[in-house]
Design a protein around this ligand. Sequence first.
Ligand SMILES: Cc1ncc(COP(=O)(O)O)c(C=O)c1O
Length: 414
Amino acid sequence: MNDVVDLFPPGAHADDGGDLVVGGCRLRDLAAEFGTPAYVVDEGALRARAREYRDELAARWGDSLAIFASKAFPCTAVLRAVAEEGLGCDVAGAGELVHAVAAGVDPARIYLHGNAKTDEDLERAIDAGVGTVVIDNLDDVDRLERRVSDEQAVLVRDIPGVRPETHAAVATGQEDSKFGLAPADARRAIERLRGSDRLRLDGLHVHIGSQILDAAPFGQAVQALAAYGEFAVYDLGGGLGARYTYDDRPPSVAEYLDVLIGAAREHLPSAARLVIEPGRSLVARAGVTIYRVVTVKRGARTFVAVDGGMGDNLEVSLYGQRFEATVADRVGGGEKVDLVGRHCESGDVLSAGVALREPRVGDVVAVPATGAYCFTMRNTYNGARRPPVVFVRDGDARVVVRREGYDDLLRLDV
Ligand SMILES: Cc1ncc(COP(=O)(O)O)c(C=O)c1O
């Protein structure tokens, strides 16, 4: 049975009146109070998933750290919640670092990534006392050496030559990837860093991509690292897929770590420290986007058009990611319609051929599993005001990022 409720955060349910409830709050009430579109985050589900990662990793490898890939939801409140559950974070540049610092993440637990780190990225990271910089190219070594005065820990990002099954835009471990260093260059970087008196080479990093629904390639990437000899630290990246649709069957965190840590036991030194960087799989299911239906147009196709779209969810048009949806107070079932947005492109589709029960103007429609990369890539296309983030927990709701106003659209004008 395709039960749409299963795609929402754990504990979500339809109440006696048929209203969908997330984090103890009726989605229709949230829409009335905070407006639409809005990103709703079940804070309890978010924290529980962070703890699941932390505990499942610790159970398998003593000296280990889970860090949140902040790009998946670069929101200060999300980073703070995850840090309070004992995770560090990674940042891809100075902008994400701003959120990590504002969230109070311990700088020693912040990892800086980027295939094209600017001088400013590096300077701000050094000033903030970022614990580890991940070297992605030989220019990173030059730049960093010129800037650090105290010792700076670094990892070298290796290209493992592993191509998992996922969208090409989010595959990063294949031989021709723009991320990381191919084996010969990785060895060159390792040699240079071993001779550096300011950069301390702690170990290696690998990340093969995102929305990966088969655990086997993660093990292959770990195996590739063994060819470089033994190191003190291995950062094994993120990439585990999330469940967006009825058909998606991503491995559980435990199943994924069985493969990943199993490979580490086989190929890496037992005294090493292991780091993992989950993003999407940590936050996707905790997030729900709520919209209001603006018009229902029946013709060659039935279009249910809402007050958001590709301004708040680019996953569909960038990667063809499928999402499911439901009317908030008539959950599941119904006629197949195209749920579309309000932006001036035919590609502005939130869900093609999705079953909605008796959709009407004014209904609240909820799209589950929008916690990853939707807030990240929100934009102001067609003058859309970027939506708020509302945390819900045990029946309470609070805004952690406010909705943009029309004034905000003019704020940067000079
Ligand atoms: C270096 C690095 N680590 C971790 C992640 C997180 O990946 P995901 O969100 O798929 O878990 C990414 C995202 O692509 C990344 O580039």
